[in-house]
Design a protein around this ligand. Structure first.
Ligand code: MRU
Length: 336
């Protein structure tokens, strides 16, 4: 049963996945309860569940639930589920990492209690993420030398992960340690994960915050109002180039110009050893409708052309450090 006071993006109840529908937040806390792998794939596509670690965990549960009631291996079924989930979103590597973990598990088990074996593995992936979030939060306390004003982008909290979050786990812990004066929350266009989701999480944690438009950051930095910027990541290449929500690169450039430290926080499942650098990372593009319309109100003309990448790549050279569950990596980065 989901405890409505502790935010959980995903949970397991009665062998069904319970997904907090993030498209309805912050106005409505609606839950989707399903054991249908195709419905879970749709939830990932629709961003009902989103955030790099959370979509990996949801995909792992989807693989297991696809085998509910099965007692023997079925390679055709496994491939069908795996391939359906594989095409849901392209940028966050945690999705592919989790699917490959599930494939390795599938390959290693014999006929028998296949459903419970796969479910056990999905639960391990989920539990590991909870521990990693805690460790990231703890390791990130080193970033604060004094009570600070922090700026963050997109949503990196409990909603984006299986646990307490990445960048937001650091911020929430720092607040408890009396190290946060205020959090500036980028609204995060086009889907407002900042003003809808991060604001909602900060409100629940009773942390003082102000929402800003994405283009306000440079102005605040120029006026000495930001001590540190911390964001998450969706995929980190071997050389440290990091994909994250569109607008993160702008922030890193602004930090560099204004001499503000720029940190990324991510679990090891976000590192992609197959990507030598950021050029190899596939960037998702979003529908023009998300720019043309807001809650069905037309902001501009339908026939205008739109370019709407969902993520950008921050070059390693602009990153002050990467906070992981193990430690804080400092440049020059090389994740071999
Ligand atoms: O499109 P989204 O909302 O899935 O994008 C999420 C982000 O860009 C997050 O900042 C990133 O996944 C880090 S979450 C811990």
């Amino acid at each position: 049963m989901i405890n409505k006071n502790t935010l959980k993006s995903i949970d397991l109840a009665d062998n069904k996945l319970v997904i907090l529908n993030q498209t309805k937040l912050p106005h409505e806390e609606e839950y989707i309860k399903t054991d249908d792998f195709n419905r879970i794939a749709m939830a990932i596509e629709r961003l009902e569940v989103r955030g790099a670690p959370a979509i990996g965990i949801a995909a792992a549960y989807a693989v297991a639930l696809g085998f509910k009631g099965k007692t023997s291996k079925d390679y055709e079924l496994f491939t069908k589920i795996y391939e359906r989930l594989y095409v849901t979103r392209p940028t966050a590597v945690n999705l592919f990492w989790a699917l490959n973990e599930m494939r390795n598990k599938y390959d290693s088990i014999n006929d028998g209690d296949i459903f419970n074996e796969l479910l056990k593995k999905a639960k391990i992936i989920h539990q590991d993420d909870i521990k990693k979030c805690e460790a990231i939060g703890k390791n990130g306390q080193e970033l604060f030398k004094k009570k600070s004003a922090v700026l963050t982008h997109c949503n990196t909290g409990a909603l984006a992960t299986g646990g307490s979050g990445t960048a937001l786990s650091i911020i929430v812990k720092a607040f408890k340690n009396n190290l946060i004066e205020i959090v500036y929350v980028d609204e995060t266009r086009p889907l407002f994960q900042g003003s809808r989701l991060t604001a909602f999480e900060l409100e629940k944690a009773e942390i003082p915050f102000k929402i800003i438009t994405d283009s306000t950051a440079a102005f605040l930095m120029k006026n000495g109002k930001i001590d540190v910027v911390i964001t998450g990541a969706d995929r980190i290449a071997r050389n440290g180039d990091a994909a994250n929500k569109i607008g993160t690169y702008n922030l890193a450039v602004n930090c560099n110009y204004h001499n503000v430290p720029f940190y990324i926080a991510a679990p090891s499942s976000t590192f992609d050893k197959n990507c030598e650098n950021g050029n190899a990372i596939k960037i998702e593009e979003r529908s023009s409708k998300e720019i043309i319309e807001l809650n069905s109100i037309k902001i501009t003309k339908e026939n205008y052309e739109v370019f709407s990448p969902s993520f950008d790549i921050t070059p390693a050279g602009l990153i002050t450090g990467i906070v992981t569950e193990e430690k804080i990596y400092k440049p020059p980065f090389y994740f071999g």
